[in-house]
Design a protein around this ligand. Structure first.
Ligand SMILES: Cc1cc2nc3c(=O)[nH]c(=O)nc-3n(C[C@H](O)[C@H](O)[C@H](O)COP(=O)(O)OP(=O)(O)OC[C@H]3O[C@@H](n4cnc5c(N)ncnc54)[C@H](O)[C@@H]3O)c2cc1C
Length: 565
């Protein structure tokens, strides 16, 4: 370990100087889960690593997923046993060892409507699903429920035609927080992590055959610098084709974008004490418990617009509500929907690249390519399997280093906040007393920061005002905003409201009511003038307003209507 993994937004100048001055073994382009995982994989092999992310960590697909760490029950139907097996192993490793503070078991009820046909079919699938796990099971086995048993767990279900249910277990995660924690763990192993730093071109050696680094732009100042590295690894998700073009290379695959939308409804709108999964005509629909809410989704439609701004349409929302209402006794209405978000799946199509096969086609789910010396790329896969994607692309990237590079060790590297968790969990009461906060506040912090929760609590010790809630009715503390700046590289209000906290999807006003407060706390640390604070608040409010207004004018939150005059 070389650092403590702090990503202090106030150290931006030093970060940029390091990018310009040092020679790296590996330069990773993209700070979603794949890029963060790749930086950690390479750094924990002892390599010198830099990561550049054009916007904020996890601002692409990695904050907009269903937030499940799962084998994917439906892939069994497609006989993709290898994928399910690998994903279940990853799920169990994350829950039990690598990130128990972030990845938590969750149960799903699968209602059955054709008892004779469905129960043996789904039951056999779940026996297989459970059997694919390792021997040390961190989540319980599946169970059969009668129709009465199902209604007891989920009174929200309509009893019509309900023949029974299966109950099985998977895991869930705050995807943006997990990505950030992986990036911080990479930084703790010496990786330099630069956000709002875009790769704008690739560097080549004198005869133009080998990639030797990238030209990057600091998006805060517009200044460009050159970052040199023995190999550049592209982990740009749905931007992969664009980055390949920028590099002037033709990779052995292309990435297709598929849009997935989720709606968020209050917990009280659906009476159930377990998650649910329903079969739909096209795929499946999840009800995922999320604090005081349910996340319900998703859709699956081709997308060809700007990857930075996938927008949910009224049609997407209608599709989800209609599918959900097929099984609910009391239908969900548009008025129940407090938030909507859309993400883009980076689906790999190996047939439409340069005609040649990718160098390594590792599974149906992710593809690694080395299109020219000094450049590797990885795309596809799922959040759940990021560690394997990272391992595979780093193996391919270092293959021609001409010196031995150790194999991946990330299955033995717990993420920051995981080590020692078992000893902190029983101390909740003592911590609450010591820091003068509620037990609920300590539990909330442990579930987000693990053993690093004391770093957030220490901020409260120096400024008691930071113990106050950030927004009424939500568990986030003002200290978390300060911590986001000093330890989690938050540079703008949206970073805090959309990804360090999840108020954007958890609050009926999309976090707009807290934007001014967030700007004030951030501004004190980042030296913003009054004018700059106001501008930073507007920078959050205006796009949120435009997006919401684009869908339905009556859903524009009050603070925004005021702003719009
Ligand atoms: C609706 C939906 C639901 C999903 N649900 C699940 C689920 O429940 N479980 C699961 O396992 N998986 C799920 N997935 C899949 C999973 O979310 C994705 O596979 C994963 O997040 C992709 O991560 P990534 O790092 O490859 O891409 P991204 O997160 O998009 O990261 C790519 C990054 O590259 C950056 N970038 C682009 N160009 C440049 C440049 N020139 N310079 C620097 N940076 C650049 C972008 O800003 C972006 O942050 C879901 C996906 C969707 C869309």
């Amino acid at each position: 370990m070389a650092g403590n993994g702090d990503l202090d937004a106030r150290d931006r100048a030093a970060m940029l100087s390091r990018l310009a001055a040092e020679r790296f073994d590996v330069l990773v382009i993209g700070g979603g889960i794949t890029g963060a995982g790749t930086a950690l994989d390479a750094a924990s092999r002892g390599l010198r690593v830099a990561l550049v992310e054009a916007r904020d960590l996890a601002s692409g697909t990695s904050s907009r997923s269903s937030k499940l760490i799962h084998g994917g029950l439906r892939y069994l139907e497609q006989f993709d046993f290898k994928l399910v097996y690998e994903a279940l192993r990853e799920r169990d490793l994350l829950v039990s060892k690598l990130a128990p503070h972030l990845v938590k078991p969750v149960s799903f009820l699968y209602p059955l409507y054709k008892k004779v046909v469905e129960r043996p079919y789904v039951g056999a699938g779940l026996v297989l699903y459970d059997a694919m796990e390792g021997t040390r099971r961190p989540v319980p086995h599946h169970r059969h429920l009668s129709a009465r048993g199902a209604l007891k767990r989920a009174p929200a279900l309509s009893p019509d035609r309900l023949a029974g249910a299966m109950l099985y277990y998977d895991a869930q995660v705050d995807d943006a927080r997990h990505t950030l924690t992986v990036a911080r763990t990479a930084a703790a192993h010496s990786a330099v992590v630069g956000t709002r730093v875009s790769a704008v071109g690739l560097l080549r050696d004198a005869d133009g055959t080998r990639v030797t680094g990238a030209r990057v732009r600091d998006e805060e100042s517009g200044r460009e610098i050159e970052v040199t590295a023995e190999v550049v690894v592209i982990c740009a998700g749905v931007w992969t084709d664009l980055v390949h073009e920028l590099a002037g290379v033709q990779a052995g695959y292309k990435v297709r974008m598929s849009k997935g939308v989720h709606v968020v409804v209050p917990r009280a709108a659906v009476d159930a004490d377990t998650g649910m999964i329903l079969r739909t005509e096209k795929s499946v629909l999840f009800f995922i418990p999320w604090g005081e809410h349910w996340i319900v989704g998703t859709t699956d439609t081709d997308f060809s617009g700007d990857p930075a701004e996938p927008v949910a349409t009224e049609e997407d929302i209608e599709y989800i509500l209609t599918a959900a209402n097929r099984v609910l006794a009391h239908p969900l209405t548009r008025a129940d929907v407090i938030a909507v978000y859309a993400g883009l799946r980076p689906l790999v199509d190996p047939r439409v690249g340069n005609g040649s096969k990718p160098t390594t086609k590792l599974s149906r789910e992710h593809v690694v390519d080395v299109p020219v010396p000094g450049l590797a790329s990885v795309a596809g896969g799922k959040f759940t399997t990021y560690r394997l994607m990272a391992r595979d692309v780093v193996d391919a990237a270092v293959a021609d280093f001409g010196r031995p590079v150790p194999g991946s060790v990330t299955d033995q590297v717990p993420l920051l906040g995981a080590d020692g968790l078992a000893a902190v969990q029983p101390a909740v009461g003592r911590l609450a007393e010591d820091y003068g906060v509620t037990r609920a506040a300590v539990e909330h912090l442990l579930g987000r920061y693990g053993t690093l929760a004391d770093e957030v609590l220490n901020l409260i010790r120096t400024d008691a005002g930071l113990a106050r809630p950030l927004a009424e009715g939500h568990p986030y503390l003002r200290a978390e905003v300060a911590y986001a700046v000093t330890h989690e590289d938050a540079l703008h209000v949206e970073d805090v409201l959309m990804r360090r906290t999840r108020l954007f999807i958890e609050s009926a006003d999309a976090g707009c009511g807290a934007a001014g407060e967030v700007s004030t706390i951030m501004g004190q640390l980042l030296g913003w003038s009054r004018r700059r604070r106001a501008a930073e608040t507007r920078r959050y409010l205006v796009p949120v307003q435009v997006e919401r207004a684009g869908r339905a004018t009556d859903s524009v939150p009050a603070p925004l209507r005021a702003l719009a005059g």
